[in-house]
Design a protein around this ligand. Structure first.
Ligand code: ADP
Length: 837
């Protein structure tokens, strides 16, 4: 209930609720005890008052008891006194009768009997004329029943005599002191003087028994209620109505008896147990009631304590829930069954900018509905109230108080109270502007990405690694191969490269499209050139292993169509070949006159030898001895001419470039052989320096020879031009091995090269010669570089800085051609797929 109240109070501004600090509710334990303090105090007061009342009651009762006691004692005293006084008066009257002289023994006996009958306490009565002389000694004394044992005579005599004398002298009635018998009973004697005028006629002595007084003078109703005793002056009990021993708490009251005086006192005891009965009942009643109240208080305290704990738990729960509700970022709204807002949480207010007071109690159209979408919002509300809200929620636009709009998603669920009854609809709202924007951006990015992928002139495909299933194929791929994975497999060579799969970093995967971000921009895998016969196209294929969106390993492949590039490359290659060939022809053309001259020499020699031989044959002096040397020399010259022609023919032979294992020495010798013809014309010597054992290199010998011939020819021209009249000009050809390379250096004694134009020499059409084409060195460099070698020039500088010529260095790698192809920046690997599509 409390929780309900706490939550349903939400109609108030949220701030005030938030300010209701929980500490207000967290009282210390004394708070619970203060409930008990009042009853405890009242109980104490009650106890005190009851004690006071009891005490005063007790006190009053005691007072009453004392009063009653006093009254009763007084009553008892009065009775005894009355009886004694009566007896005294009767005795006085008797004494007067005796004095008047009317008495005779008989009438005396009658009178005394009469008196003793009226006063049974009188044990003995007689007329004594003198101290111990009776008037009528023979007159029988009245005896009424069993009166008493005789008192101690001597004591009696003494006391009686003293009283006798006193009565005689004073002419008044006198009581003797107390006399005791052997059993301790007390007695008194009353001496009544008898005077006839001035004549003393003796006394009437009456012995009173104290016990008799008690027995006969105390009314029975008094003796039944109280213990009544008569004591002497020494506080000795002379007679008592009850033999009950005296208890210390017994209350008593004393009153002196006069007559007879002589220290005789009547004492009345009260019986306390009878009088305390009411009080005791009351005490027990009060005690019982107090116990009951204390017990009730204790159970109340226990109950309060439990309630307090339950309340604390409830408060904690309520505050926890409120704190939770206040801190959640999801807006919550409660509608009753009629579509009225009954509650909104702070997050809802924060989101919409409307205060609680703006929203709670409102019915549709709600303030946060955008004006232009009332029908749509109304439709959603109707669906909600009919319980037809989709479980995926509504997507809606919400108008803030400042008029701005945002996108939200609203989920609706029925609100069930503690009794299981539906009381309304609970809606939770989340601001999806940002996620929506992100989603839209993502969708746009995806679209852009897909557009780019789709419009790429490269076939992009992704194949599942474990089964031949095409996971993705762009438009170009589909155009070439359809949606079958065969194209992918053909491009990849038909199988997965597990080594590559494990080496590829699958961390690079962009989960968005399942494609590595860098895949399209940079080459992370080796590119391979693949020719597909079925469609007669060349592709440059790059592939990468990636983690597909479902987490499985997949192979992504990007095949770029390079058919036209390939064709251009082929064309360029062919042109290059043609150029090289043309260049060789030109070299030969340039050397034509020298070659003709060179050929002319053996031919002339052959002619001479033949002429000589003819003359010899004609003279008939022929024999084998003189003919043989001539013929051998002729043959030698013919071989020499043949060699020249062979070299020229070899040099200008048009053939496909073909690498083969070639000895360096052969190439150098052939080149030098050709170049020498030209050099010799200019009187320049060519000196070759090389090690006896040189490795075999895998090159096209014609092309390398072309390079060397060109370098030697250039050197000879430069030397001749610079110093035509030099003495014994020499071109040195030095062949060395240097770190896996064969290095051939052509060292001339020309002018050297200008530092500034060193690199320009290798550019096409750069020439300083009037008839030069300027293509020689350019072709040489491309030949050397196609063999993975280097061609460069340095000046020969002496110690004093004098330039003595130029050296063209040409380095070629040693090793098998396939070894050479593994590194460097040569053309990519190629693969030809012969399979039909
Ligand atoms: P061409 O010989 O037709 O001029 P090249 O490409 O062979 O074409 O040579 C280009 C230029 O390089 C030459 O014109 C020349 O100036 C320079 N050159 C070539 N070799 C040497 C050399 N050994 N010494 C000096 N300069 C040279």
């Amino acid at each position: 209930m409390l929780t309900e109240r706490l939550f349903t109070r939400s109609a108030r501004p949220s701030r005030s609720r938030a300010d209701a600090s929980p500490s207000r509710w967290h009282h210390g334990p004394w708070w619970s005890n203060s409930y008990l303090l009042t009853p405890l105090l009242s109980i104490l007061v009650f106890l005190v008052v009851m004690s006071l009342i009891l005490w005063s009651l007790n006190r009053r009762e005691q007072q009453q008891q004392e009063d009653t006691l006093y009254r009763n004692v007084a009553w008892a005293q009065q009775q005894i006194r009355l009886s004694m006084t009566g007896a005294q008066e009767q005795l006085q009257a008797l004494s007067r009768d005796l004095a008047a002289g009317h008495a005779d023994p008989h009438s005396f006996l009658v009178s005394t009997t009469d008196i003793m009958q009226g006063h049974p306490e009188i044990l003995y009565l007689n007329w004594y004329t003198n101290e111990d002389v009776a008037r009528w000694p023979n007159n029988p004394l009245p005896m009424l029943g069993q009166r008493l044992a005789r008192p101690n005579d001597a004591q009696m005599d003494e006391a009686v005599k003293a009283a006798f004398n006193q009565a005689k002298s004073t002419r008044r009635q006198v009581y003797s002191p107390l006399i005791y018998d052997d059993l301790g009973n007390g007695y008194l004697t009353l001496q009544t003087p008898v005077y006839r005028d001035r004549e003393f006629l003796g006394t009437v002595a009456a012995v009173f028994s104290i016990e008799g007084i008690l027995k006969h003078d105390i009314p029975p109703e008094l003796s039944a209620k109280y213990k009544i005793s008569i004591t002497d002056a020494n506080n000795r009990e002379l007679a008592t109505t009850s033999t009950r021993p005296r208890l210390p708490r017994d209350v008593f009251y004393d009153l002196p008896l006069d007559p007879p005086g002589q220290g005789v006192t009547v004492r009345v005891y009260s019986f306390p147990q009878i009088t305390n009965f009411t009080n005791n009942t009351l005490v027990w009643l009060v005690a019982g009631l107090s116990c009951f109240v204390l017990w009730s208080l204790w159970s109340l305290w226990k109950h309060t304590r439990q309630r307090f704990e339950a309340q604390q738990a409830l408060y904690a729960e309520a505050f926890f829930r409120r704190a939770m509700e206040n801190s959640v970022l999801i807006g919550m709204r409660v509608l009753d069954m009629h579509g009225r807002i009954t509650h909104v949480n702070p997050a809802f207010c924060r989101m919409t900018g409307w205060d609680e007071s703006d929203l709670v109690g409102k019915t549709a159209p709600f303030p946060y509905w955008p004006r232009d979408s009332y029908p749509e919002m109304q439709r959603q509300l109707d669906m909600t109230l009919r319980g037809k809200a989709p479980s995926s929620g509504f997507e809606l636009r919400v108008r803030r108080k400042d008029g701005s709009l945002f996108h939200a998603r609203l989920y609706v669920s029925p609100l069930i109270d503690s009794s299981g009854r539906q009381t309304g609809w609970m809606s939770s709202m989340t601001d999806i502007t940002e996620p929506k924007r992100a989603r839209e951006e993502l969708a746009a990015a995806h679209e852009r990405f897909t557009t780019v992928l789709e419009s790429l002139d490269a076939a992009v495909s992704v194949l599942a690694a474990d089964e031949a299933e095409l996971l993705f194929a762009n438009r170009y791929y589909r155009h070439l191969f359809g949606i079958r994975p065969d194209g992918h497999l053909e491009l990849s060579g038909g199988s997965f490269d597990t080594a590559q799969a494990s080496s590829d970093s699958i961390d690079m995967v962009d989960a968005y499209a399942g494609l590595p971000a860098a895949a399209l921009t940079e080459s992370t895998a080796d590119a391979r050139e693949v020719y597909i016969h079925g469609i007669q196209k060349w592709f440059e294929v790059r592939r990468q292993y990636i983690q597909w969106v479902d987490g499985h390993l997949a192979q992504m492949q990007i095949a770029t169509d390079i058919t036209s590039r390939k064709q251009a490359q082929e064309l360029a290659r062919q042109q290059e070949e043609k150029l090289q060939f043309t260049s060789r022809l030109m070299t030969m053309g340039e050397m034509a006159s020298s070659l003709a001259h060179e050929l002319n020499q053996p031919l002339a020699a052959i002619n001479n030898y033949c002429s000589g031989t003819v003359a010899l044959v004609k003279s008939g002096r022929t024999n084998s001895d003189n003919l043989l040397p001539v013929l051998e020399k002729t043959a030698q010259q013919a071989v020499r001419a043949g060699m020249i022609i062979k070299r020229i023919r070899e040099f200008v032979k048009r053939s496909e470039p073909k690498r083969q294992a070639t000895r360096v020495a052969d190439i150098v010798a052939d080149a030098v052989g050709l170049a020498e013809i030209e050099a010799r014309k200019r009187k320049i010597r060519i000196v070759t320096e090389m090690r006896s054992r040189l490795p075999v290199i895998y090159v096209d010998p014609v092309l390398i020879e072309q390079v060397l011939v060109n370098l030697l020819k250039n050197a000879a021209e430069a030397m001749h031009e610079a110093r035509p009249n030099a003495v014994d000009p020499v071109i040195r050809v030095v062949v060395k091995l240097d770190a896996g390379f064969v290095c051939i250096s052509v060292i001339d004694q020309g002018p050297g090269v200008d530092e500034a134009t060193t690199e320009r020499l290798f550019e096409p059409f750069y020439s300083t010669k009037s008839d030069g084409m300027g293509m020689g060195l350019n072709i040489c460099r491309s030949i050397i570089e196609s063999h993975r070698g280097r061609l460069w020039v340095v000046n020969n500088v002496e110690a004093d800085g004098h330039i003595t010529g130029a050296t063209f260095h040409c380095s070629l790698p040693i090793g098998e051609p396939h070894d050479l192809s593994n590194g460097g920046s040569e053309a990519p690997r190629t693969q030809t797929v012969t399979g039909e599509l």
